[in-house]
Design a protein around this ligand. Structure first.
Ligand code: ATP
Ligand code: MG
Length: 235
């Protein structure tokens, strides 16, 4: 795989600011961020081949730069357990996405390992006044409901991360909520430090979203990735 620099340079060369799902995941992986297993496919036939490599149950997601929120448009299908179910889900997904975004250019789909656990949001952005910020909160569907997120300026120290965790009102979710695996706070701290480092090293990253990172039995896994570069530094 190429380096973080070469991925970012190629995006800039193409005068883009939004990285594809694959590019975003590659940057994160190269930075040492743990991700779930993911394979891309161009059509249904290839999806079935990839699903058999990943192993059922799988999650199917649409890949299209025109789709802003995948799940809102039927672009995320979880818990697919067989080739037959995959064929059905694939067709439903194409129909759903195109009825929501009639002009969307669909590049393909991702076939992903299914994971379960508490969903955590981690994101970074660039404030016009304060500069680089990092956010931590309860992820998934609860983000918009509770807006339970804490922020710090980048770079953060381990102490900052502990304070961020303490500020989350729903932090009881990290403690083995409804039989879900406990969140390993040392691992979470080191992940946030890794992200803080990445942004410090590559300030051209304007915005980065890992929503969600799932705290699985086997540790943290980012299952959605999005990176956007500074608008004025692409040419
Ligand atoms: N690999 C997976 N295993 C289990 N559940 C998943 C997986 N991928 C997605 N999900 C579920 O689907 C939800 C939406 O997935 P994802 O974040 O990829 O799509 P999204 O709609 O693009 O989100 P956003 O609005 O942040 O762009 C997740 O919060 C999670 O609950
Ligand atoms: Mg998401």
């Amino acid at each position: 795989m190429s380096s973080i620099e070469s991925i970012l340079d190629e995006v800039k060369r193409q005068k883009r600011t939004v990285l594809t799902y694959e590019e975003s995941r590659n940057v994160m992986e190269l930075a040492g961020i743990p991700l779930n297993i993911m394979k891309v496919a161009k059509d249904l036939e290839e999806s079935i081949q990839q699903a058999n490599k990943v192993g059922y149950p799988i999650v199917l997601k649409v890949i299209s730069e025109d789709v802003i929120h995948k799940s809102d448009s039927g672009g995320v299908k979880v818990g697919i357990i067989s080739d037959d179910e995959l064929s059905k889900a694939y067709q439903e997904m194409m129909d759903g996405v195109l009825s929501f975004y009639p002009h969307a250019k669909i590049e393909g789909v991702s076939v992903e390992e299914m994971v379960s656990g508490v969903e955590i949001l981690i994101g970074t952005n660039t404030d016009s006044q304060f500069g680089k910020m990092i956010a931590l909160g309860i992820g998934g569907i609860f983000v918009e409901v509770y807006k339970d997120v804490s922020f710090r300026l980048i770079p953060v120290s381990s102490k900052d991360v502990q304070d961020m965790i303490d500020e989350i009102k729903g932090k009881a979710m990290f403690d083995g909520f409804r039989g879900l695996p406990k969140v390993n706070l040392d691992e979470l701290t080191s992940l946030i430090l890794t992200i803080s480092n990445l942004i410090e090293t590559y300030p051209i990253i304007f915005e980065m979203d890992l929503n969600p990172v799932v705290a699985t039995e086997g540790g943290l896994r980012a299952i959605d990735a999005r990176i956007i570069l500074e608008p004025n530094k692409t040419d």
